[in-house]
Design a protein around this ligand. Structure first.
Ligand SMILES: NC(=O)c1ccc[n+]([C@@H]2O[C@H](COP(=O)([O-])OP(=O)(O)OC[C@H]3O[C@@H](n4cnc5c(N)ncnc54)[C@H](OP(=O)(O)O)[C@@H]3O)[C@@H](O)[C@H]2O)c1
Length: 250
């Protein structure tokens, strides 16, 4: 379960552990990973563990993925990592695109390549990508992110078709504005760029959400947990927003 030291990834690990899964957490911050590990449900006798890897280092992710896959089959892969910095697309450097494609698309691909053979052998596989509602409608001032997210969604849809004959599903969860460190960071950078308080930014964002509140990480995790379960066996190739009704398209 990637990006599981905080936020949506952490909430997903909590939900899946409650459903009886044995979790292998992955992120960079070992201290936080240790803390999360100690809070996960173990009532089904699970022995959760963690691995440290940086999605900015593709070779490192490949090595960790190969090691974990060699230790036993992975049934559920949650692809999740940190979001990109805000900014207009025209101002973005080639290096910013390269880094984003590597962190989001190539790491997902590397992890999938490592775990899919085990999923096929085990007869159970779920790949869930935490992306963004920008897959449906680009978000203002997130140029590199919007572009990269579409690539990940196209990769995911293609993979879903390839893996469907094996009964392995591949789906995307699209969080709307969700109360995590990521959202706080976006409020702070927008406020600084416009020289206003974060309260002003928060109020502006809330206006666009029909439910008039930000999401909770556990509400995003609930969809990921359902998609990971046997109950979702006939759902593949989908992108579902969990956004309080914000996305203005069907
Ligand atoms: N929150 C929102 O409103 C929102 C909305 C739409 C989309 N999203 C997207 O959903 C995803 C999760 O968001 P979140 O709100 O849960 O973010 P978050 O609170 O910032 O958590 C990000 C997680 O990813 C890990 N991570 C970040 N960079 C990493 C790297 N280079 N290598 C390995 N792990 C890394 C972090 O752990 P370490 O720091 O320990 O590595 C952390 O566990 C992000 O892609 C975000 O852009 C979020």
């Amino acid at each position: 379960m990637c990006g599981s030291s905080q936020g949506i990834g952490l909430a997903t690990a909590v939900e899946l552990a409650l459903l009886g899964a044995t979790c292998i957490l992955l992120a960079r911050n070992e201290e936080r990973l240790k803390k999360v590990l100690s809070t996960l449900d173990t009532s089904n006798g699970q022995q959760h563990r963690y691995v440290v890897a940086d999605f900015a280092e593709l070779a490192q992710v490949a090595a960790v993925a190969a090691k974990v896959a060699a230790e036993g089959p992975i049934h559920i892969l949650i692809n999740n990592t940190g979001g990109r910095a805000a900014g207009a697309v025209l101002a973005a450097s080639a290096a910013a695109f390269t880094a984003a494609f590597s962190q989001h698309l190539l790491c997902n691909q590397t992890l999938a390549q490592a775990v899919v053979p085990g999923m096929i052998k085990a007869g159970y596989g779920r790949i869930i990508n935490i992306i963004s509602t920008s897959v449906k409608t680009p978000i203002k001032n997130l140029g590199v992110s919007n572009t990269t997210r579409w690539a990940v969604a196209a990769w995911s849809k293609t993979l879903a078709t390839e893996l469907a004959p094996h009964g392995i599903t591949v789906n995307n969860v699209l969080p709307g504005s969700t109360s995590t460190a990521r959202l706080e960071g976006l409020f702070n950078s927008s406020a600084a760029a416009r020289n206003v308080t974060t309260d002003v930014i928060e109020a502006e964002w809330l206006k666009d959400i029909p439910m008039q509140r930000f999401g909770e990480a556990r509400e995003i995790a609930a969809l990921a947990a359902f998609l990971a379960s046997p109950a979702a066996s006939y759902i593949t190739g989908t992108s579902t927003a969990v956004d309080g009704g914000k996305t203005p398209v069907m």
